[in-house]
Design a protein around this ligand. Structure first.
Ligand SMILES: Nc1ncnc2c1ncn2[C@@H]1O[C@H](COP(=O)(O)OP(=O)(O)O)[C@@H](O)[C@H]1O
Ligand SMILES: [Mg+2]
Length: 363
């Protein structure tokens, strides 16, 4: 992979606190890459190293092969859009969007043309004379995007840009933003602590914790093949099954869970006797129908303890031994929820096996 943006072993400290601990990340041109992680894990700090608002103690930040370390922000071509849109309140939409062009002494004609393009792109036509306070949050956010893109640079950095919008609007704006990003082919780094946003928007997700990158992968890899318990737990609802490998051969791996065998397909590396953790997403389990004959090695028996009807699914809490499983049943019956003892059928090819028992628990 050709990296367009590259972080190489970046270390950033604040006194004794290590905010970035040897972070390396390669971003191809045109990609939409999301930094995902809990508050305080170093997402903003990493972006600031690229935008030039902060300098790492160790490591390099490269754009298109050029070392950025030491360059002031305005020489880096990497504008950053923050959560607080930071529009100028006393300026109109036109003036806000054209601000950077004006500083660069662009002609009136060029400003008009570029602003017009942006108004068109962000569905803001007719609003050019408005002031920020005369617009909705969603419109203000779009003006902030327009202002960031009007200079025609080829990198866009977005730090939790949608977090001030309400849930419904966030979904609309993120779809729109992603379409525009694809159309422009602009390399984008997006920061969020929202897993839905990350999964739905990204080409690549880098999951961060405590100043480190825990995993880099496509949304599918991050969701179905998490590198550890932290990633699995942070990116969606999950069940962890502590089990022991009872058989490992060319055809796959068998584990025992409360005496019930589960057979995982080949490609899983584990040896007999290994303690393992199975990662099971709630939608990878379904309740066996009354006449269903589920395949051997893909079945657990349990008892429904609780449920929550959500319309398109029913979420069940099912007890097996001392543990409670969460499963999402998409096969919703018109007449109500199931109860009592049930058979759970697992989509064994969607299960994921982590080496070791309870190690590396989410925190
Ligand atoms: N200028 C600073 N001085 C001291 N500590 C800082 C500074 N900036 C960030 N930090 C600390 O570094 C850690 C990472 O912060 P940040 O990158 O803002 O996290 P995130 O964006 O993932 O929520 C936090 O613990 C934060 O308190
Ligand atoms: Mg932040």
């Amino acid at each position: 992979m050709d990296a367009y943006i590259e972080f190489k072993n970046v270390v950033k400290r604040f006194d004794n606190f290590v905010a970035l601990d040897h972070v390396s990340l390669q971003i191809p041109k045109g990609a939409f890459v999301t930094l995902l992680g809990p508050s305080g894990c170093g997402k903003t700090t990493l972006m600031r190293q690229l935008a030039g608002f902060s300098e790492p103690e160790e490591g390099d930040v490269l754009v298109d092969g050029r070392r950025m370390n030491g360059l002031p922000p305005f020489k880096r071509n990497t504008p950053l859009v923050f959560q607080e849109y930071a529009l100028f309140p006393h300026m109109t939409v036109y003036e806000n969007i054209s601000y950077g062009l004006k500083l660069k002494k662009a002609s009136k004609e060029e400003m008009d043309r570029r602003v017009e393009e942006m108004l068109e792109m962000f569905n803001l036509k007719g609003l050019e004379k408005r002031f920020p306070k005369q617009m909705s949050g969603g419109q203000q956010q779009r003006v902030a995007f327009a202002r960031a893109l009007v200079m025609g640079q080829d990198i866009l950095l977005l730090d939790e840009p949608l977090s001030n919008l309400d849930a419904k609007l966030r979904v609309d704006v993120r779809t729109e933003l992603r379409q525009i990003q694809r159309r422009l082919g602009i390399t984008t780094i997006y920061v969020t602590h929202d897993q839905d946003e990350a999964l739905s928007m990204s080409d690549i997700i880098a999951v961060m914790r405590r100043g480190r990158i825990e995993q880099i992968g496509t949304p599918w890899e991050i969701y179905f093949r998490p590198a550890n318990r932290f990633v699995a737990d942070f990116v969606g609802t999950v069940n962890f099954l502590e089990a022991t490998v009872t058989q490992a051969d060319a055809g796959g791996v068998t584990v025992a869970y409360h005496g019930m065998p589960l057979r995982l397909p080949a490609g899983t590396e584990a040896a007999e006797g290994d303690p393992v953790t199975l990662v099971v997403r709630p939608e990878c389990i379904h309740l066996a129908g009354r006449d269903e004959r589920p395949p051997q090695g893909a079945v657990l028996e349990g008892e429904i303890k609780n449920y929550s009807f959500l319309g398109r699914i029913i979420r069940y809490w099912v007890q097996i031994g001392q543990e409670t499983f969460i499963l999402d049943d998409a096969n919703v019956d018109l007449t109500g929820a199931r109860s009592g003892r049930v058979t759970l059928c697992l989509d064994t090819h969607k299960l994921h096996l982590l080496k070791g028992g309870d190690a590396d628990a989410a925190s």
